[in-house]
Design a protein around this ligand. Structure first.
Ligand code: ADP
Length: 444
């Protein structure tokens, strides 16, 4: 029986995982860079080990430091959070080779989902509609242009090894295609060490709808409903809600069943997220499957009452999924705002000491924070500092509650995106359910 887990991520997700570990009676080990010495997860964990300097390559991405921390502390498993190690195949293999359990899906399914083309082809085989696009990686510019033309402009270029919105470029017209194609290849090589690009039809007015998959090592798979993540900035989610303001139950059930069918067809285990793009007319297309716990797992937890983070750990330990699909009940509406340390309208990063910190409370309010009064927000990492989540009987109530909670939130010493979220909560278009991923353009 594993009685100690090392949490190999930083920020609020490290705190989140430590909380679930404590409730499960499992000891936690935090790892931190020199820049994160005073971080909240370091204070809350049972043990903490410094794994290197601020530079991420030499600390949070340093496999040997992390695996040394495992052997020093005697941890039996690693939770990778949702950061750079969570979908890193080499890291999962290094864990396997060192005899430490990686809390996530198996290496085979992780490898399949990391390849965005292969996973789409697999979805197609399972009979699930996929976003129209190339079925192989594109190297030749002529071939790429031919495919783009047959799809019809606008098209979207994506890196085969991409994720987190990186390496995505929209091409509106044919004249811009070749330049953008070469730029995308160069960027994919520089940032992802893999120059492979693929092309998809750009789906105008699409919504991003995803399903939380939960499965055990024995082939039992269910979903925990949908999340609408259409409010994005640069292809990165900033507000998520469950359920979607517009997707009808019947369509949602169909998409959920398809997500489960897909997970089953590839022998998926542990937590995963099936992502779709959905059009106005209800047509939906599989886009990809993420193999980690997502930032926005919280809204699913709020409406289902299920501790997703806890289940992820228990399933990795080999426990059987006791819940059946028909046991999952959805109550109310939940919204999450990802509050970052940035200027609220220019999005320039902000760092410094948090001189005042007063978090909201009251009914239906959840604060998943990485900071506290006196904390230093350093400039080195992802700017996400707090997730603010509300739950209410209906969407209108969740929005009003979010506005109330944002108004109570006082963070001083650094800039945060709280003022932006306050505006959005009063925006008639948001209240009305908004249309597509370009909603945020007017604020930037
Ligand atoms: P990543 O894995 O980097 O997050 P995704 O494939 O999930 O990339 O795409 C991120 C976002 O980009 C989606 O949520 C959606 O808003 C937008 N997007 C992706 N593919 C398309 C497409 N074919 N048409 C329109 N928008 C798209």
């Amino acid at each position: 029986m594993i009685d100690k887990v090392l949490v190999a991520d930083r920020g609020e997700i490290a705190v989140r995982v430590i909380r679930s570990l404590r409730e499960l009676g499992i000891k936690s080990v935090a790892v931190y860079s020199e820049a994160d010495r005073d971080a909240l997860n370091v204070m809350l964990a049972d043990e903490a080990v410094c794994i290197g300097p601020a530079d991420i390559k030499n600390s949070y991405l340093n496999f040997s430091s992390i695996l040394s921390a495992v052997s020093i502390t005697g941890a039996g498993a690693i939770h990778p959070g949702y950061g750079p190690l969570s979908e890193n195949l080499e890291f999962a293999e290094a864990c396997q080779n060192s005899g430490v359990l990686f809390i996530g899906t198996g290496v085979d399914t992780m490898s399949l989902m990391a390849d965005k083309i292969a996973s789409k082809n697999e979805a197609k085989k399972a009979g699930i509609p996929v976003v129209p696009g190339s079925e192989t990686a594109l190297t030749d510019e002529r071939e790429a242009l031919n495919i783009a033309e047959s799809l019809g402009f606008p098209v979207i270029l994506k890196a085969v090894g991409g994720g987190g919105g990186r390496g995505i470029k929209v091409v509106l017209e044919r004249v811009d295609f070749l330049d953008t194609f070469h730029a995308a290849k160069r960027e994919a090589q520089d940032y992802l060490k893999n120059p492979e690009i693929y092309v998809e039809k750009y789906l105008d007015n699409a919504r991003h709808i995803e399903f939380q998959i939960v499965s055990d090592n024995m082939g039992n798979v269910i979903h925990l409903g949908q999340r609408d993540c259409t409010i994005q900035r640069r292809y990165q989610k900033i507000i998520e809600e469950s359920p979607s303001p517009v997707i009808e139950t019947e369509l949602s059930d169909e998409m959920g069943e398809a997500a489960v069918k897909f997970a089953r067809s590839v022998g998926y285990s542990n937590l995963g997220t099936v992502e779709y793009l959905v059009m106005d007319d209800g047509k939906y297309y599989f886009s990809e499957m993420n193999t980690r716990i997502q930032v926005e797992h919280t809204v699913t937890e709020m409406v289902t009452g299920i501790d997703v983070a806890k289940w992820q750990i228990m399933l990795a330990f080999g426990e059987k999924l006791k819940l059946r699909q028909e046991d999952v009940e959805y109550k109310g509406h939940s919204i999450e705002c990802r509050i970052t340390a940035e200027d609220p309208f220019e999005f320039t990063p902000s760092s410094g000491i948090v001189t005042k910190y007063n978090a909201p409370g009251g009914p239906g309010v959840r604060v998943d924070s990485a900071i506290y009064a006196g904390a230093y927000v350093n400039p080195y990492y992802d700017p996400l500092i707090v997730k603010l989540i509300t739950l209410s009987r209906d969407r209108d109530g969740a929005i009003k509650r979010m506005h109330r909670a944002l108004s109570e939130f006082h963070i001083e010493g650094i800039d945060t995106t709280i003022p932006l979220f306050k505006k959005i909560m009063k925006d008639p278009e948001f209240i009305d359910g908004y249309r597509d991923i370009r909603f945020l353009d007017k604020y930037i």
